[in-house]
Design a protein. Structure first.
Length: 490
């Protein structure tokens, strides 16, 4: 049985649980995700933070079933953390002791700075490389921020502004938007200047829900929230519309039903934070506290960071779906050597070697499903699973390179749907061709060491073997430029 870990996060609004399964030392993937709108903080902010009996019972019932899932999935470890609602509650101990006694589940109430740290840890390890940014996690009872400078977490802070808190104090009464704004601004006065940043990393339900609305407005070609980026100013008008709308109007702006009760409150906090931080761009993070808790345990012996150049999703896909990893690694190495040898012809920036390398390693992930149309299966696997450590641009390019590692080159019509995320078609064609050629050169799976030299309009391939099958395969390839390919047996 693979090692499985469950992480439960009890927030003011929802209780969420994820189950991760390790595929190797550092690689993992999600096998279960579930949430329940327990609203454990309901009524608490009007009663000096005291948790009310009905919300506590809802939370208990949810945790009881979470524990059943943990048992049935045979998880080896379980972490359970609670945030704002419980840390603010004078009677939190009553709830945690009952859960410990009756469910044998230990709830760790974490402070706001630790909560912010977990979100930042998930951002640094699971998004594309981040240099400078400020993470924002808008919760039900509080909002957490972390300042990332030169790729390191330098400070964290928790501020008592949350969606449920604002809802009960202002929006449930008479939709007092202006008073809510004044309340937020007063709280934000304690925010140090060094949290200001051009880039926000958005964590939590509100910002993810808003990102989903922006994606639909753009007719964005992907549905993946994690890693989605946009210009704040371009879509500020939608933020303003949501904040000033009534509950019945939210549907018109694309707000989902389960967000009706807290979306205006969350967007109000988001807008005021944007202004306070001077932010211009948002990167949406589909990972947060739960992933941060998991990573703190997983990376406890490596200074809380993955090894250099380690890509979680790429390694996880390889672990689970590639049975001949030596062959895929060899094709990847050949692709890199071909890129360098043909540089005079293609004139592509070296930065694209990373996407080429990953695509060549993963070209056969769909074969486990079916040999026939394996390139299409691989395309869908990658497009929907290569989430951690890559930008959307990288993910789409890698997926398309894998899809078209065939005899023909992709046309403009083939890639048109993803145009806004791709480099020009000439780059896509060259990278696709290079993978196809590398795959042909290893047609007999011998992983032969080859040398490449380009001169006089000819790519000379020096091989200790005849590579008869490779020669047949190469004849069928469509090349992106006019040049000869010759295999010399040495």
């Amino acid at each position: 049985m693979a090692k499985r870990t469950a992480v439960i996060d009890i927030g003011s609004n929802s209780a969420r649980m994820v189950v991760f399964e390790k595929s190797s030392a550092y690689a993992f993937h999600l096998i279960k995700e579930i949430k329940s709108r327990i609203r454990i903080g309901e009524g608490a902010y009007e009663n000096s933070g005291v948790l009310q009996q009905i919300p506590m019972q809802r939370a208990y019932d949810t945790l009881e079933e979470f524990c059943q899932i943990i048992k049935n999935l045979k998880c080896r470890k379980t972490f359970c953390v609670a945030t704002s609602a419980l840390r603010d509650a004078p009677n939190a101990k009553e709830f945690t002791q009952r859960v410990k006694k009756e469910l044998n589940l230990n709830i760790k109430i974490i402070d706001g700075k630790k909560e912010a740290y977990y979100g930042a840890l998930a951002s640094l390890n699971l998004l594309k490389p981040i240099k400078n940014a400020t993470t924002i996690d808008i919760g039900g009872g509080s909002t957490e921020l972390a300042s990332i400078v030169e790729g390191k977490i330098v400070d964290t802070i928790s501020i008592d502004i949350g969606t449920v808190r604002l809802k009960e104090l202002f929006f449930d009464k008479s939709n007092e938007v202006e008073k809510a704004k004044q309340f937020i601004d007063k709280k934000l006065q304690k925010l140090p200047d060094h949290f200001k940043s051009d880039t926000i990393i958005g964590i939590g339900g509100t910002i993810r829900a808003f990102s989903d609305i922006v994606m639909k407005k753009m007719n964005y070609p992907l549905e993946t929230i994690h890693g989605f980026e946009y210009s704040i100013e371009e879509f500020r008008y939608i933020l303003n519309q949501i904040i000033t709308s009534n509950t019945l109007e939210l549907k018109n702006y694309g707000v989902k039903k389960d967000r009706y009760d807290t979306m205006r409150e969350g967007c109000t906090i988001y807008r005021e934070l944007i202004d306070s931080l001077g932010a211009k761009n948002t990167i949406t993070n589909g990972a947060g506290v739960r992933e941060g808790v998991y990573l703190q345990d997983l990376l406890r012996s490596s200074n809380q960071r993955f090894p250099q150049n380690f890509k979680v999703s790429a390694r996880s896909l390889s672990d689970r779906f590639i049975d001949n990893t030596k062959e895929s690694l060899h094709v990847s190495k050949l692709s890199q050597k071909l890129f360098d040898a043909l540089e005079y012809l293609h004139q592509i920036e070296p930065r694209y070697k990373e996407e080429l390398q990953i695509a060549a390693k993963l070209y056969s992930v769909g074969r486990i499903l079916s040999f026939y149309q394996e390139h299409l299966h691989s395309f869908y696997f990658i497009l929907n699973n290569l989430n951690y450590n890559f930008s959307h641009n990288q993910k789409v390019l890698i997926a398309l390179l894998v899809k078209y590692h065939t005899k023909k080159l992709p046309s403009y019509e083939d890639v048109k749907a993803y145009e806004i995320l791709l480099p020009n078609i000439e780059i896509v064609n060259w990278l696709s061709f290079i993978i196809s050629l590398a795959k042909c050169l290893n047609a007999n799976f011998s992983n032969t060491n080859l040398e490449f030299v380009y001169e006089n309009h000819t790519l000379k391939i020096k091989s200790p073997e005849k590579l008869f099958l490779a020669k047949e395969c190469i004849k069928k390839l469509v090349k992106p430029a006019s040049f000869a390919i010759v295999i010399e047996t040495v």
